[in-house]
Design a protein. Structure first.
Length: 73
């Protein structure tokens, strides 16, 4: 999961709401969040601006507790 997805959910935003904030189609946001599409530079900048986060942080993968426990083994 991307940090973007985690952060969007933490803020209580739907993909539709994020789409309204950014002008990026909801279907494209879904594809980005599910790893089916890589956002271009323009979209990365828009998303980083809306979230108020650096691009590198926003598009970093988030590991779950289970993944962290498995990696520690």
């Amino acid at each position: 999961m991307l940090r973007m997805t985690d952060e969007r959910r933490r803020r209580g935003w739907t993909q539709t709401r994020l789409s309204a904030f950014t002008g990026i189609a909801q279907s494209d946001l879904s594809a980005i969040e599910n790893g089916r599409r890589q956002p271009g530079v323009g979209w990365r900048k828009k998303l980083a601006l809306v979230f108020g986060m650096p691009e590198a942080e926003l598009f970093a993968p988030v590991t779950t507790d289970t993944e962290q426990q498995q990696a520690a083994r």
